[in-house]
Design a protein around this ligand. Sequence first.
Ligand code: SF4
Ligand code: SF4
Ligand code: FES
Length: 273
Amino acid sequence: MLETIRLRVFRGDASGGEEREYPVRTFPGMVVLDAIHQIQGEQDGTLACRWNCKAAKCGSCSAEINGHPALMCKSRVEQFYDAAGLIRVSPLKTFPLIKDLVTDVSWNYRKAQQIPPLTVAADAPRPFRMMQGDVDRIQEFRKCIECFLCQDICHVLRDHGRKDAYFGPRFMIKIASLDMHPMDDLERRPHLMRAAGVGYCNVNKCCQEVCPEHIHITDNGIIPLKERVADEFYDPIRGLLRMLGLGRSRRQPMPEEAFTAPPEPAAERKPSP
Ligand code: SF4
Ligand code: SF4
Ligand code: FES
């Protein structure tokens, strides 16, 4: 490993900014977050970054390392520097910049609020009984640490800026964890198709490639959700049955307010530089 490397870090805020380069001394096991802390401690205390656990479990230190979304506390420097010892660190591109490496991810929390919670039928037999296989199936989705790396890389949000139309992969697996829950009694498919915009996903799997929890976001979450939506809305036999007044969902309809999200403020549409 090189004794000294160079970190080129984005410095700036919503009005603009530029990359600045800092020399950093390395040590065995050093991660990019250590390098940022060394810069803060010895060269420039005004450098802003968000972190908390330094154990890849809080999801705070998300950034782009050499243009690739990653947790800074899980990224060994020797895996990222080039032949000249250079690593580039920049903020998540998909979300509005606050300062340096800190972005405003509050849009995600508003999306979370727009997903109705687990809703158990009033007449469901007590005590609840669930098959272990059903429990295991949704357990994977509950490993999410809300780092929003998947949201950052999703081209629907990142390149096409369609935060108005698609909730993004993090919230597809949240909906999947509810829709696949054996006790949930809410008919989520119309909401999934219209407000949450599952049809915008083209299943290219970029999201699951960056997930630090190795959640199979597309394979186990989005694809089954798409199949459920297709069954409900595009199966001609089901359509025919519905026209005959048969084959209606036995689940509870979702409250109307779940379909009418307030418009996003303009600032939310402006991504980081
Ligand atoms: S698979 Fe879908 S949700 Fe995941 S990054 Fe691609 S378009 Fe986005
Ligand atoms: S699904 Fe994975 S990448 Fe997306 S927010 Fe959760 S932990 Fe992060
Ligand atoms: S500091 Fe908690 S995930 Fe990196």
